[in-house]
Design a protein around this ligand. Structure first.
Ligand code: UDX
Length: 431
């Protein structure tokens, strides 16, 4: 079986690498000639630890190829994975135009049986839609199957997650498709779920929304912890020892960002409304997430007596460490509000660049954390990059105009920071 991956973004590039790594012949297809040119040289267009090395290895071994030639690529491959983007529309629903385009391209260019597999996160019912888009575009009738095989990898851990998944979910109504996918993934030993396409599609949304719910629950609980003078980290530790709860995704902080959680929670809310079975709980998950940055900012504002003309060091911009992704990053909300209140913002992130926007012209982008701290009246830590933990905080105090530290990720040890003479506050761990 020769595998074609349509879309060489985050999920597409990782999926291509995985199949090449386990021995298959893979082609990556994209309409962006620039991306394809870089990939042909074994270079990635985004930051992901370890991925570029493996892509480059398989470009050299000849197992991984890249092209912009749709028609030839579709005609020459038996199994086609859809890994194109499904961005949010302004109303929160998923925009399926790239999926539709790919389905129509396949329908038009197919010359025999094809198995089309959706890796992109798509709303429940999309498998049926893909079938009808393909059918409508066909020039001559030809048999095909469409399966759903959602991807659960995390940014920053893509290689590890994709090579060692904790489950493989396959949604299909065809035995032939199931058998082909079982062959493709035969070297994986993790649990499998073979189910209806709609179930597979919903598993992805339900998983991400559940994880987002865990985070918002802890974030709201952290606000209560502040009032009760209880440390939320200790509460999380005690909760996490119960295997029914699990210890992951219990870290309170500035809230979740990234390309998946915000988008997937919105889409599931839309789906639930459409079917008049509202998931009200998710409205509150979103509300807590949107207000969490303001919760920490309020603490800083009352300490400083307002932000106007105060110098504030922002440490971290990426929505989480080990990525340059700033989509829906809480740090951006923080910066926007600080600028609105006329603060002087000094920013440092080891990897993520500040987007070009007229309002960001006044932000001082620094090349080290120490530089960002210089003469600052407060530090607001937004991303828990490991290097921030290793900084000589005792020595760094001398760089600051005022030693105020607001820890948006509860990264530091409160007692230690206070011992160094900082006024230190986190989220639910101020005691
Ligand atoms: C997520 C899912 O984990 C993954 O399975 C899916 O395929 C895509 O969406 P990702 O967006 O890469 O992955 O990031 P993840 O590591 O899950 O973190 C998401 C956000 O939640 C980050 O902003 C992170 O800082 C935040 N988070 C995570 C918390 O605030 N607290 C936690 O305890 C865990």
């Amino acid at each position: 079986m020769k595998i074609l991956i349509i879309g060489t973004g985050y999920v597409g590039a990782t999926t291509a690498m995985v199949f090449a790594e386990i021995g298959w012949q893979v082609t990556g297809l994209d309409i962006d000639a620039g991306k394809i040119e870089r990939l042909r040289q074994g270079r990635l267009h985004f930051y992901e630890p370890g991925l570029e090395e493996l892509i480059s290895k398989h470009v050299q071994s000849g197992r991984l190829r890249f092209t912009t030639d749709k028609e030839t690529a579709i005609a020459g491959h038996d199994v086609i994975f859809l890994c194109v983007g499904t961005p949010s529309r302004p109303d929160g629903s998923a925009d399926l135009s790239y999926i539709q385009q790919a389905a129509e391209d396949i329908g038009r260019s197919m010359n025999g049986y094809k198995l089309v597999v959706t890796k992109s996160t798509v709303p429940v019912g999309t498998q049926e839609q893909i079938k009808s888009w393909m059918k409508a575009a066909q020039r001559q009738p030809s048999h095909f199957d469409v399966a759903s095989n959602p991807e659960f990898l995390r940014e920053g851990k893509a290689v590890e997650d994709a090579l060692r998944p904790d489950r493989i979910v396959i949604g299909t109504d065809s035995t032939r498709a199931t058998e082909q996918l079982q062959t493709l993934y035969r070297s994986f030993t993790c649990p499998w779920i073979v189910t209806k396409p709609r179930t597979a599609e919903l598993i992805k949304y339900a998983s991400n929304s559940f994880l987002a719910t865990k985070i918002s629950y802890m974030n709201e609980l952290a606000r209560l912890c502040d009032k009760l003078e209880v440390n939320v980290k200790e509460v999380a530790e005690g909760m996490g020892l119960d295997p029914r709860i699990g210890s992951s995704f219990l870290q309170a902080g500035l809230g979740y960002g990234g390309s998946c959680f915000p988008k997937d929670v919105s889409e599931l809310i839309m789906t639930s409304r459409k079917h008049e079975a509202n998931l009200h709980i998710l409205d509150q998950v979103v509300e807590v997430n949107h207000t969490q940055f303001a919760y920490l900012l309020d603490k800083a504002r009352s300490r400083l007596g307002g932000f106007a003309h105060k110098s504030i060091a922002i440490l971290g911009l990426a929505f989480k460490p080990d990525t340059d992704d700033i989509r829906e990053a809480p740090a951006l909300r923080m910066i926007d509000q600080l600028l609105l209140e006329q603060a002087n913002v000094r920013l440092f992130d080891p990897v993520a660049p500040l987007p070009v926007r007229p309002s960001y012209g006044v932000v001082t982008v620094c090349s080290s954390a120490e530089e960002a701290l210089r003469s600052a009246e407060a530090i607001i830590l937004c991303t828990e990059w490991p290097e921030f933990g290793q900084l000589d905080w005792e020595g760094a105090k001398a760089l600051l105009a005022e030693p105020n530290f607001f820890d948006g990720r509860n990264m530091m040890d409160a007692g230690r920071m206070r011992g160094f003479g900082y006024y230190y506050q986190g989220i639910g761990n101020d005691h």
